[in-house]
Design a protein around this ligand. Structure first.
Ligand code: ATP
Ligand code: MG
Length: 392
């Protein structure tokens, strides 16, 4: 079996692999890029696995960066680009159902492929396009099936995150989870409690942004995985509603979290904190959720308070929740507001002080009242109109 490596991402990396081979070691393309290329999808982050140890890779290439040296990953810099080369390795330990205690570098490709999660992720390709398929990954790729490499129970005991990866890939690739693998997820779902929230959240977000979100969510619920994630344990009904939304693909995590907070009736800050999401995202989602609750007829102030980054998020969420209805576009209504930020007001605190106002809370209240009146369209945003209003 040969694979087409004409994509420039692969082509650019081939000379590197040839140099590794010329030095007497093996080198293969592995992971998602191989899988995606076979599916006719453009590869992203092309990963190279090699029998050369990190120190040996560094001898071959003059310019490298230790990006993940403890896992055996060295970034080789070439033509202004970086290529991750990871030494073949096995993992052992796994005493706490997450990540191995030890990573051991090995010279055998087979051992490296054996520790990978799913057969479709365990293919390796040589620079001439020859495919190494030790676990029938090509058949599963053809059939669109996700199957654990080896014994699924053992594999999920080693690293419980793989169960979340299964539903994530189901959504991302539109593949089905093979029955024994699915049964093992159902049996072992409670082990997810041992995995860090950050790792769970990363897979869950990718599930939400996948093309077959419905299928991924359906199994996230059916296997009981949801019950071992932050705040979702008693949210089966809300999650079922989430899974039943129109299949519109989501491109923005903010929309995903806004829908979740809304359907599950969870306070945004609490939800986002429990899932360890960035403060900036939590802030945006909190404003989007507030606006969503006010749609389809928000006041100008509600639109203004949401802000430019949250208005389209709320609009998208609303359209998914109300597929049969049409409403004035909140994005257009927002664009039509007289001002979009406080610093667009025609007077400043300094202007008011120059006109005789004393600094203090009262000044703040006056400015806020002017801001509200301008946003509501009750007052023209000119210094004259605002000064006159302020004097009153
Ligand atoms: P994508 O890049 O689209 O997310 P991917 O398959 O490349 O998909 P990565 O998370 O980048 O996913 O991992 C790269 C490869 O490393 C996988 O294809 C798989 O072979 C292996 N892998 C990653 N995480 C695990 C894990 N938890 N257990 C076993 N193998 C894993
Ligand atoms: Mg990848």
């Amino acid at each position: 079996m040969q694979i087409d490596l004409t994509h420039p991402e692969f082509q650019a990396a081939i000379p590197l692999m040839q140099r590794i081979e010329a030095a007497g070691y093996e080198a293969y393309f592995v992971g998602g890029a191989v899988r995606d290329a076979m599916l006719g999808l453009p590869p992203h982050d092309v990963d190279i696995a090699s029998s050369a140890y990190p120190a040996e890779i560094k001898q071959i290439f003059p310019k490298t960066v230790d990006t993940g040296i403890q896992h055996g990953t060295v970034m080789v810099l070439s033509h202004g680009k970086g290529y991750e080369v990871t030494t073949f390795r096995t993992e052992s330990g796994y005493q706490d159902f997450r990540r191995p205690d030890h990573v051991t570098f090995v010279r055998s490709l087979e051992e490296d492929l054996r520790r990978r999660d799913f057969t479709v992720n365990a293919l390796a390709v040589r620079h001439d396009g020859t495919v190494v398929d030790l676990f029938d990954g090509l058949t599963d790729l053809h059939d669109h099936v996700l199957r654990a490499v080896g014994n699924p129970h053992e594999r999920f005991h080693e690293d419980a995150l793989r169960m979340m990866r299964a539903v994530r890939f189901q959504s991302q690739l539109g593949f089905a989870i093979e029955p024994a693998t699915l049964a093992a997820i159902t049996d072992n779902a409670p082990l997810l409690a041992h995995v860090s929230v950050e790792r769970i959240a990363s897979e869950f977000t990718r599930l939400m942004l996948g093309l077959d979100r419905q299928a991924g969510l359906t199994n996230f619920i059916a296997t009981g995985l949801f019950a071992h994630t932050p705040l979702l344990a008693d949210q089966r009904r809300g999650l079922e509603q989430l899974a039943a939304l129109p299949t519109t693909p989501l491109v923005d995590p903010a929309v995903a979290w806004t829908l979740i907070a809304h359907l599950l009736q969870l306070p945004v800050r609490r939800l986002m904190k429990a899932w360890k999401q960035a403060n900036a995202l939590a802030d945006q989602v909190a404003r989007a959720a507030d606006l969503l609750a006010a749609l389809p007829n928000p006041t100008p102030w509600q639109l203004y308070a949401a802000g430019a980054d949250a208005v389209p998020v709320a609009a998208t969420a609303w359209a998914m929740l109300n597929p049969a209805e049409t409403a004035e576009s909140p994005t257009q209504a927002y664009a039509a507001l007289p001002i979009h930020a406080k610093d667009e007001l025609a007077v400043t605190g300094a202007d008011l002080m120059a006109a005789g106002f004393t600094p203090g809370p009262r000044l703040g209240r006056v400015l806020h009242a002017l801001e509200q009146a301008v946003v509501a369209g009750e007052l023209a945003n000119t210094s004259e109109a605002l000064m006159t209003a302020a004097q009153k």
